[in-house]
Design a protein around this ligand. Sequence first.
Ligand SMILES: Nc1ncnc2c1ncn2[C@@H]1O[C@H](COP(=O)(O)OP(=O)(O)O)[C@@H](O)[C@H]1O
Ligand SMILES: [Mg+2]
Length: 585
Amino acid sequence: MTETDNLPLFKILVADDEPSTLAMYKGVLSPECIGENGLLELNALETELFGKYTSIFLPPSYELVMCSQADEVVDAVKASLKDNRPFAIAFLDVRMPPGPDGVWAAEHIRKLDKDVEIVIVTAFSDIDSKDISRRVPPAHKLLYIQKPFHPQEIRQFTSALCAKWRLERDLQVYRSNLEKQAQKRTLELSAVNRQLELEIAERRKSEERYRTLVELTSDWIWETDENLVITEADPKVKALLGYDPDEIVGRPLSCLISEDDAERTMVHVTSNRGPFRGFRSSKIHKDGRRLVIETSGMPVWDGSRIVGYRGLDTDVTAKVRAEKERQELEKKLARAEKMEAVGALAAGVAHDLNNIMTGIIGYPDLILKGILKDSPLRDLVTNIKKSGEKAAAIVDDLLTLSRRGVPVNEVVNINAVITEYLDSPECQKLRAFHPGVEVERYLDPLAPSISGSPIHIYKTVMNMVSNAAEAITGSGRVSISTRGRYIGEPLDVDEDMKAGDYSILEITDTGMGIPPEDISKIFEPFYTKKKMGRSGTGLGMAVVWGTVKDHNGHIEVKSIVGKGTTFTLYFPVAGPGASHDRSKA
Ligand SMILES: Nc1ncnc2c1ncn2[C@@H]1O[C@H](COP(=O)(O)OP(=O)(O)O)[C@@H](O)[C@H]1O
Ligand SMILES: [Mg+2]
């Protein structure tokens, strides 16, 4: 690329019918004639106007197209536009006989090219400037030079108009680029806007969705700072815990939690570095009620630092109560079903067995009478009798279980029943079997009588004393005590316990104890830890349970493995007549 490739080459059209005038133009506009001063002037002008120096005028060179007729002018302009090399200036003589005049040419070329600078070269006398201005707009692109002109004038006009023409074109390009850019940017912006509008609408929708969901639940949402001081509480806290939000904002979260649960809850909330769910704690309603609350929450992070906690509390008190009730009912049902099954079984066989047992227990006595005292058969027959008696006892237990709901309308003095059992041959046998076991009795003579079934109370005492003795290996102690007591508040054992006077029977042993997980099982029929059918049948405690329930009583079991067990039986005391004690007689 040579230096001249960069130079602007302005195309100048000159029209005059005088060949000498055309030659003069040529002479004036050749580069050598412009001179250094002219260029410096142009550059200075550019710097002043645009604040920069681009050297577009260094050195300008002109391409001259000469015409002597107006129609040639129009053709030349057409050709230049076709080549995409339009004229910067057209110098037009007015009179160019024999063809149309310069004004006609100006009118036509203006229609073809709106940018070309038109200079009418004329003696003012032969034109009507108003008429020309109207025919060849715009006025700022139309000039007049009066003939005869000075060559210097032509040179100045050319430089100035070329510069003007060039700047106008650059400006047009610049403006159209700017417009294109602005259009592009506008399109981009409106796309971004549309996207934003969509996002906002989506967010609004989801916010709305969450809000309605949150409003639908009865849960309340809280927020605390990092020290667990409440910073936000939604109004539903009123329904749940009885407080207005501004009553608790600014107070520690722990003020809502029951004292015995506060520390555990705080530790749980703060020890989680991520979300947690379904943490149960007990919170206290403003009115003092204790509620079971399930909390889901999470820490609030600022970068890598925990700056607070956020959570949602759900009241599950009713749910927990219902769960507990259901479990209780299920337990009761299972027990009732078992008892019923046993009852059906027992009722089916026990009655027949009982008749058969009469023979097995009765006949050995007759046989013994008929054989010699030293006969080896005596021991065998005696064994048959003992086994028969054991079997009869089991049948008897089964019958007792099957006949639940026995009448409990006799006045029973528990002291008398205990004494009767302890003095019975059965008890003598038991004690003979457990020689290391001491049996102590602490019977309060003021213990009130109850209304009940003496036979069943007797069996209860018997079963519990034998279990106590059997729980002792080697030596130990079984104590039986009675007392009367007024109970105002239900005991832990049984929420259903009614306030009133109770006659209490307590049997304590220093035996092996019962592991906590077994305590609820020992009352089930056929539950035994002894050798089934030999030392145990698993029916004893079932009989005790059935009896106590038939008497509307309650049982409390306290046991420490390796130390011993205490069974406390509460029998409600009958009405006034009951104190008259018939069973003593
Ligand atoms: N005083 C006690 N000390 C330790 N365990 C006991 C006591 N009373 C009852 N048990 C436990 O309860 C179970 C059931 O007792 P029970 O119904 O009388 O059946 P059995 O005596 O035939 O095993 C016993 O096997 C024993 O494990
Ligand atoms: Mg037993």
